[in-house]
Design a binder for this molecule. Structure first.
Ligand code: MEV
Length: 438
């Protein structure tokens, strides 16, 4: 591939042409066909192009619905954007099962977000602390113009503290900002405040005569929100009689199933190898709603996994408790999401997703996501401790394999019929197609 300058200045078609010229025949053809994926509505396409940079086309993902989610007495049809087969099916199945058993009970435990001004300062730390305590209200007043609107909506800054980090890095401190950002994810709100705070703080230290000339210099390293939000957290749980689990138990009795399920979750609590996969299943559910609603799945992922390792070992985000006759399954997960701002109203399908969810508040959306994560986890673990996941997964994956092998519609129908009672594998499907194609 050749290097290029001025790529960003080229039009979309010029970019496509430039790229295709660098490639061999097959890739050239693929790149040339990218306009096929442009949106038919030019206004919408323009908006997609403006979300990011150097855009050539759109990358489609399936948008599905998991109906029947009963959460705190309200029924939701949940939009899910995901490419993996069986995720929406598992969520829907879980939703239906729990619908008949009181549904999901969810609680938002806290909604606080955090941002940090990271800086270095040299001098006696007591002097810095006494300056900070004296000037804290001035600092907050200096950013009041940035918080007025959020305050009108019930949010704003809830705390500002000076954190001594000099035991970790010489002369390193933080200004730690805690904020409530209502229905916004809050990244822009927090980052704007932090940058202004840093500027005012640096200026105030410089002008303060209690500091000698060496102490007047605050070196701002960076200002940025933290995507670790253990205080923006939600809990979801489901509960049923152990007897009710009988329908999943197959040859086992319901009690044996419940105990096996509980052991599987316990394994994910103590073994990071299993915990990562266990939590990946939870994130299958959560991410698909995060993406559908135009939220930032990288932030959600990074935070969920850091939270899962909060005591120093990576563990399951969900837990099971069994009593004599009750099965209770719950999850606690940090979810800093928004229902206003960001892509939520700009991406037409994010807006549609929120409309399908009846325009929830950020707190309500956190609860929906936690419930879907739990349903997903229930579906995965249930399959793992009974049939194994491949049976259901490969049944749903069959269509992908048939499509990969360029099956016609009639071959697809025959394939579905043939594999109804057989194990699906790539080789098996290929052999089947070869046999009917003669
Ligand atoms: C696959 O995407 C997710 C699972 O591996 C989750 C799990 O193992 O719990 C099935």
């Amino acid at each position: 591939m050749k290097t290029v300058s001025g790529f960003s200045k080229m039009s979309k078609s010029e970019k496509i042409n430039w790229l295709s010229e660098q490639l061999g025949k097959e890739a050239k053809h693929l790149v040339k066909s990218m306009p096929n994926y442009w949106h038919q509505d030019q206004e919408v396409q323009k908006r997609f192009d403006e979300f990011s940079e150097n855009t050539l086309t759109n990358y489609d993902l399936p948008f599905g619905i998991a109906p029947n989610f009963l959460i705190n007495g309200k029924v939701y049809s949940v939009p899910m954007v995901i490419e993996e087969s069986s995720v929406v099916a598992a969520a829907s199945l879980g939703a239906k099962f729990w619908l008949e058993r009181g549904g999901f009970k969810t609680t938002v435990i806290a909604t606080k977000k955090v941002g940090q001004v990271h800086f270095k300062w040299q001098g006696p730390k007591e002097k810095l602390y006494s300056f900070f305590n004296e000037r804290k209200s001035d600092l907050l007043n200096a950013v009041a113009h940035l918080t007025t609107n959020m305050e009108k909506r019930g949010g704003g800054i809830v705390n500002l503290t000076l954190v001594d980090m000099t035991h970790k890095i010489e002369n390193y401190y933080q200004l730690k900002l805690e904020a409530e950002t209502c229905n916004a994810m809050g990244a822009n709100f927090i980052n704007s405040i932090l940058e202004e705070l840093a500027r005012v703080f640096k200026g105030a230290v410089l002008l303060d005569n209690s500091f000698n000339s060496n102490e007047k210099d605050v070196q701002i390293i960076m200002c940025i929100l933290s995507n670790y939000t253990p205080d923006c957290i939600v809990e979801a749980s489901v509960e049923c009689s152990i007897e009710d689990l009988g329908q999943f138990a197959g040859d086992m009795g319901p009690r044996e199933f419940a105990e096996k399920f509980s052991t599987a979750v316990r394994i994910a609590e103590i073994d990071p190898n299993r915990a990562v996969t266990h939590n990946k299943g939870i994130m299958n559910g959560i991410d698909s709603v995060v993406i559908a609603t135009g939220n930032d799945f990288r932030a959600i992922e990074a935070c969920a996994h850091a939270y899962a390792a909060r005591d120093g070992q990576y563990r399951s985000l969900s837990t099971v408790s069994l009593s004599d006759d009750k099965f209770k399954f719950s999850i606690r997960v940090p979810l800093a999401v928004g229902t206003v701002g960001g892509l939520t109203s700009l991406h037409p399908l994010a807006k549609t997703s929120l409309a399908i969810l009846e325009n929830p508040s950020a707190q309500e959306l956190m609860q929906v996501m936690a419930a879907v994560g739990l349903a997903q986890n229930f579906g995965a673990v249930k399959s793992l401790v009974t049939t194994g996941i491949q049976k259901g997964h490969m049944k749903l994956h069959l269509l992908n394999i048939l499509n990969q092998l360029d099956a016609t519609q009639s071959e697809i129908e025959k394939g579905k019929e043939f594999f109804v009672d057989k194990v699906v594998s790539y080789t098996g499907v290929r052999d089947f197609l070869n046999s009917i194609r003669g």
